[in-house]
Design a protein around this ligand. Sequence first.
Ligand code: GFB
Length: 315
Amino acid sequence: MSAATFSLTGKRIYVAGHKGMVGSAIVRRLAAEGCEVLTTDRALDLREQSAVRDWFASEQPDVVVLAAAKVGGILANDTYPAQFLYDNLMIEANVIDAAAQNGAEKLLFLGSSCIYPKMAPQPISEDALLTGPLESTNEWYAIAKIAGIKLCQAYRREYGCDFISAMPTNLYGPGDNFDLKNSHVLPALLRKAHEAKERGDGEITVWGSGTPLREFLHVDDLADACVFLLKNYSGEDHVNVGFGEDIAIADLARTVCDVVGFEGQLSFDATKPDGTPRKLMDSSRLQALGWSPRIGLREGIADAYGHFVAREAQD
Ligand code: GFB
């Protein structure tokens, strides 16, 4: 691991996936950095190698943030294995190779905490990668994200590219996907509690047993960590980006109900998967570099709920 200082001022920075929750948070955060943010329109399919090559040859970004991905919650991962594996592999391979071919000075690749073995010792350090079997519900996505880390390492070794990788824990915040089937747990629970309150229902359904533990990071904290890493980190090892505490899903559901003001009961649907029992990250490597999160869970949930309500009002 090595620290370095890299200036973003005046740089042309391509944020791949700028319409998504993560990419849009990074674009917002980069506004404070005195750089020019480049984005592509929806017509550019990042799975298409020739289209990606043409775009990079014409735009020549100095820096690339690879936040584009096919993402979803536990059920989406389990239902669309081909899309989660193929789409993510193609996006990563095309963008990382085009960045290298066009002389990008720096690239940040974003992965996920699901890259680690299902039974990794907790909290999970970066060294746990590839030490055991993956959680079956998301192994397709995990394999693609592990390939992304390895691409960055390989291009650094073979071509000397300053390509780095960050592994965020479970994320939430403005711009999240609130689809009840394909979303992650936090937006799903926010929507369920909100709609139950509106309808006057007496309960909401929580998938699984409610006992799995998850760590949640607000996406604005992640965006800040990404900018921090671009400026201060250069190395082959990927870096965990976590919040530092986890919470049982049942307790998360109670907190969400409290924030939303829904006073009904929770019921648990045992036909839905629990997934990995726990995935608390060890983020001491990032802390040692000098970064920590600022947004507490309850405050972050209230912020996410405010954005959800505002978006509902627009529709
Ligand atoms: O957020 P989530 O879908 O993904 O689910 P993972 C976390 C936990 O919340 C699981 C439970 O134990 C779910 O069963 N849960 C309870 C719910 N109610 C709900 C609900 O209404 N919707 C959802 N979605 N879950 C994902 C991976 O794993 O984490 C991805 O599949 C990615 O690949 C992402 O890594 C960060 O935390 O289990």
